[in-house]
Write a protein that binds this ligand. Structure first.
Ligand code: UD1
Length: 438
């Protein structure tokens, strides 16, 4: 497994360009299964999860061409397999996004049930209950979810009330409803920008989706969908991570190719804490890390609230802010695994259940640490950038799942970070399966 070596203490200065959002790209790639025609997606980030999703599409019979590194042309004209196997679901939970499109177009789908994962149990019960509302019969067989549409092979429009806001659940149901008979209404739908991005693609394909981005989404089913071309929105979590990188190192960064309006809650919170942020134009932010940062409490919430995917990085920042901050995680259970690693670097954090208190300012010192999930790894990188001495982060495959060349982007703005490649002769005992997360 690769590691990162970081020598901290350098302020970051310069410009960084934000990649496409992996959490938007994954459902958009799955949406290509809804049509036999070609769906062309631009601005895909070059990260491990996109490679995994591509493998899934190819495994089930789709053809994926890559005329350019960040463009995929997906043609699902000949689907032969109607399932996402355990090997893929266990490495990437978003493989469950194959369910909705397969069920909608072919009337059947089988997806391995995602097990427990690093940030909590994360069931898919709400997806399944939603499919049942659209007339599907859903069974559990030997660890797999097997779903079937009614006899004529088509789902029926229906009313789905989500008991809890679920992002991939909303996406799965939205895709399933595009080819159903009649109208579907999704209540208490997730409002993340990625939902609106997916709806935009679906509508380009000929779907009739209204209200995406609000908590009520209406979908009028159509008989068939066609090909389309779409550019994935910028990654708001990568944007936030770089804002914090600028702030925590007391640097000066210009963050290009982003969408500041997608990060409004984060930007407001960081301003509260004393970070100077300016919107230079609709796609560029500048961040100046103030010498004096002030502790500010935060509670994670579904969009437009403060994103759970920024909680770990914010915690790293709070170790460098004067005073005590309380961080409450309401979206996922067990999402404080970075705290013990930050503590090993000298952070004063107490966590209990869904609440963590951080006492700042603490001088962090470099240490060997282990990344436990995607965003937790990002917080360790941020801590390493400001810590005195050398930090070695193990298991960076987690960060490779969702951040495109983070070490190269950080190095380009002055960070002392390098990747230590795993020796090909490493004993087998040192290699491990990546855990299914985010
Ligand atoms: C997505 C994002 C992830 C982000 C999360 C919350 C992708 C690929 N991943 O994950 O980066 O952290 O949104 O913003 O887009 N739940 C249930 N039953 C369900 C579904 C969800 O109880 O059927 C619960 C989950 O356990 C969790 C909460 O609802 O506590 C939110 O989960 P959800 O929004 O579904 O997260 P993901 O879509 O998996």
């Amino acid at each position: 497994m690769d590691k990162f070596r970081i020598i901290g203490g350098l302020p970051l200065k310069g410009r960084v360009s934000i990649s496409g959002a992996k959490i938007s790209a994954l459902p958009c790639m799955a949406a290509a299964v809804l049509t036999p025609e070609t769906v062309t997606l631009h601005n895909l980030p070059y990260v491990r999860d996109i490679i995994t999703q591509r493998r899934l599409l190819e495994d089930i019979g789709a053809t994926v061409l890559t005329p350019e590194l960040r463009t995929h042309k997906i043609a699902a004209a000949h689907i032969e397999l109607f399932e996402a196997p355990y090997e893929l679901v266990k490495t990437m939970r978003a493989s469950v996004l194959a369910l909705g499109p397969l069920l909608a177009r072919f009337g059947k789908a089988k997806v391995s049930l995602p097990g427990g994962c690093a940030i909590g149990t994360r069931p898919i019960d709400l997806h399944l209950a939603g499919f049942e509302k659209l007339g599907a019969e859903v069974r559990l067989e030997a660890g797999n979810v097997v779903a079937r549409a009614p006899k004529d092979g088509r789902l029926r429009g229906g009313e789905v009330h989500f008991g809890k806001v679920t992002v991939t659940g909303t996406e799965n149901l939205m895709m399933a409803a595009t080819l159903a008979w009649g109208r579907t209404t999704l209540y208490n739908a997730a409002r993340e920008p990625e939902i609106a991005d997916l709806a935009e693609l679906l509508n380009k394909m000929g779907a009739r989706v209204r209200g995406a981005g609000s908590s009520t989404i209406q979908i009028e089913g159509v008989a068939a969908l066609g090909g389309a071309e779409h550019t994935i929105i910028p990654d708001r979590i990568e944007t936030g991570t770089f804002i914090i990188a600028g702030a925590i190192t007391r640097g000066e960064l210009e963050i290009k190719d982003c969408r500041p309006e997608h990060s409004a809650a984060l930007i407001a919170k960081l301003r509260d804490a004393g970070v100077e942020l300016q919107e230079l134009n609709p796609s560029t932010l500048s961040v100046v890390g103030n010498l004096k940062l002030t502790a500010s409490d935060v509670t994670t919430e579904p969009h437009p609230g403060f994103p759970t995917d920024m909680q770990a990085q914010y915690m790293a920042l709070m170790t460098q802010a004067g005073g005590q901050s309380t961080i409450i995680e309401t979206v996922f259970e067990n999402r404080f695994m970075h705290t013990s690693e930050l503590q090993r670097m000298g952070a004063r954090i107490h966590s209990d259940g869904s609440r963590a208190t951080v006492q700042g300012v603490t001088k962090l010192t470099g240490a060997p640490v282990i990344a436990s999930d995607l965003r937790a790894s990002a917080s360790l990188v941020l801590a390493g950038l400001v810590a005195e001495g050398e930090t070695i982060i193990d298991r960076v495959y987690h960060i490779d799942r969702g951040y495109e060349k983070i070490e190269a982007k950080l190095r380009a703005v002055g960070a002392n970070i390098e990747r230590i490649r795993e020796s090909v002769t490493a004993p087998l005992s040192q290699t491990a399966e990546p855990a299914a997360i985010v």
